[in-house]
Every structure is written in C-alpha cells, then in structure tokens.
Design a protein around this ligand. Structure first.
Ligand code: UDP
Ligand code: MG
Length: 319
C-alpha cells in the first residue's frame, strides 16, 4: 500500500532553461520535510534550448528527479498528461515550470488531501505581471465556459492542482486526444476543494502561450465540455425563420394599404448577414467534426524520445 513516494510533482517545460534549477531548489526546500518520499517528474515538451540537458543534470545528481523528453512539441496539456502517466507517487501535483505557481503552496494542498479531498486545485486570488489583455480574455473565457459547459469548472484555476489516487486512476483512464486538463479533472468528481494563492509573474523567459495557442486551448475547452455552439445553430435558425415569417406578414399587410419598396441595400445586407450566420454554424460544426476525426484516428497521445532513467519506452501506456 505504501509503495513509492507519497508525492510526485509533475512539471511540463518548454524552453525553460533558466527556471529549471530555481524550480528544483524551491520545490525541494518547500517539500522535503512535508512529505513521506518525494518524486519530481520533468517533461521536456520539445524544447530547443538546454532545458533537457538541465533536467538530465538534475536527475544525475538527485535520485528524486526523473524526466522524459518528447520527440517534438506536443503542447502543454499533453506534457502534463505524460508527467501524470509517468508519476509513481500516491498523489500528484501539476505545476508550471516558470514559478508563477509558488511551490510553497503545495504543503497546503497536501494537508487538504490528507484531510480526505481527492482533488485540491490552486485558485488565484490575484495575478501579477500578466497583460490586461490576457487577464481580460482569461476572465471572459472562464466565465463563458462556466455558463455553457455541462460540468462545473471552478473559476480562476489553471492546471496547478493536486490529485489523489482515485482521481489519478480516473485521469489515467481518460483517452481523449483533445485534452483540456482542468475540465477533465472537474469532470472526474470526488470531493474537490480549493487552496487560494497569489499568482506571481513568470520568473524567467517569455510566455509559451501566444494568442493562437490560447485560442486553441479555449476551443478545446468548449468543444470538450459544451454542446452549446452546436445547438446555437438550431436556435439561431429558429429565430431567423420566425423573424422572416413575421416580416412577410407585416409586408403583406403594408402592401395592402400602399406600396412599400424594398430597397436593394436591405436585400444585400440581409444576404450577407445570413451567409455569415450560416458560415459560423458550419464552422462550429467543423470544429467538432475535426475533433471526432482526431479521436477516431487514435494516434498515440505523445512519443517519448528519451527518459533520464534509461527506459526506452516510446509509446504511452494504453488507456
Ligand atoms: N509549456 C509546455 N508546452 C508548450 C507550452 C508551454 O510544456 O507547448 C509549459 C511551459 O514551459 C510552462 C507551462 O507549460 O511550464 C505554462 O506555460 P506558460 O507559463 O508559458 O503559460 P502562461 O503562464 O503564460 O499562460
Ligand atoms: Mg506561466
């Protein structure tokens, strides 16, 4: 029962060479005396700098450290998944490599887990060093998703969270390619609770989440946990058709009392408007179809180039 370390910390990293050592130092300092056995699992998500070398050096000097590197960049959510797959601890904490999520909060998460919670997520009370644009889009996204999703996703949380053994078993069994980790963990259920923390600016380097990547993540969130974009077409169609009918009746009534000429500008505008609505609906459909296709093809979620412990497994465990 008490095999393996009590806690594994999973860290996805893409081009984080200047954060690796600092992260390691703060993690070990914060957790050494708190947990009964610690493991640190680094996932190098196709870095082009010296991140992987830094990880292998850490692993060579500290038996608590393990790492694996992907054959290419597979993205943050997949890197988190690979780290959780590889972790041997009874509980797992996921944390960003850039020190935005303070490792010093982890002992509080562990305490909540020991109290009986299966999932303890970090909830940010304040965010420093992020652009107004990022804060605004992020707040808008989480609030919209909360309204549209068919699961309860807590506001202002990232992937900084602890999962206990039952949540881990569930997460490891989830096969989807489209991985919106924070939604998946909410979907799991079990007793969940929050630990509040103050999100700091990134320690070193640049954000790895440009707008394009943020949009992709947002779309994954919507398509994985909401059917509202699909159903929107039905309601829009109903609305437009009702309007058209009403208009027809009104026009006929008006025509009986005198000539009303329908201007070509109005005609052109309504054609463009309806074409826009239709394209939007087809686009929404396309997003879901593309995802169905991806799931149907069933490629491995990621491929491993190298493990620090000499393991040569390339393909992830079956789910
Ligand atoms: N990351 C990753 N693969 C990617 C992009 C990001 O593993 O393709 C990692 C990154 O190294 C960091 C975490 O995911 O540890 C969060 O990324 P970042 O801090 O750039 O996102 P932000 O905090 O700006 O939203
Ligand atoms: Mg960050």
């Amino acid at each position: 029962m008490t095999e393996g370390p009590e806690l594994s910390v999973v860290i996805p990293a893409m081009n984080e060479e200047d954060n690796v050592q600092a992260m390691h130092d703060r993690l070990t300092a914060a957790l050494e005396d708190v947990v009964d056995g610690l493991e640190i699992v680094w996932v190098d998500d196709g870095s082009s700098d010296s991140t992987w070398r830094k990880i292998t050096e850490l692993a060579a000097g500290d038996p608590r450290v393990r790492g694996l590197s992907f054959s290419r960049n597979f993205g943050h959510q997949t890197a988190v998944t690979a780290g959780v797959d590889a972790a041997r601890g009874r509980a797992v904490v996921i944390i960003d490599a850039d020190l935005q999520d303070p490792p010093e909060v982890i002992p509080e998460m562990v305490a909540k887990w020991r109290e009986g919670y299966e999932v303890v997520f970090g909830q940010r009370t304040q965010r420093d060093g992020e652009t107004i644009f990022k804060r605004f889009t992020s707040a808008a996204f989480y609030r919209t998703l909360r309204t549209l999703a068919h699961i309860e996703i807590p506001l202002d949380t990232g992937d900084f969270r602890l999962m206990g053994p039952k949540a881990l078993a569930a997460f490891r069994a989830m096969p989807e390619h489209n991985r919106f980790v924070r939604g998946m963990v909410s979907w799991i259920g079990f007793p969940q609770t929050a630990v509040r923390f103050h999100r700091k600016p990134r320690a070193k380097g640049e954000t790895k989440y440009p707008i394009k990547t943020m949009l992709k993540l947002a779309l994954s969130g919507f398509t994985s946990f909401s059917f509202v974009p699909l159903r929107a077409a039905t309601w829009l169609g109903l609305g437009v058709a009702s309007f058209a009918l009403l208009y027809l009746v009104l026009r006929t009534a008006l025509a009986l009392f005198g000539a009303v000429v329908f201007g070509s500008a109005g005609l052109v505008a309504s054609i463009f408007f309806l074409a826009g609505v239709q394209l939007l609906a087809i686009g929404a459909l396309g997003e879901y179809v593309a995802r169905i296709f991806e799931e149907a093809v069933r490629r491995p979620l990621y491929l491993v180039k190298e493990h620090t412990d000499g393991d040569t497994t390339v393909i992830p465990p079956a789910r």
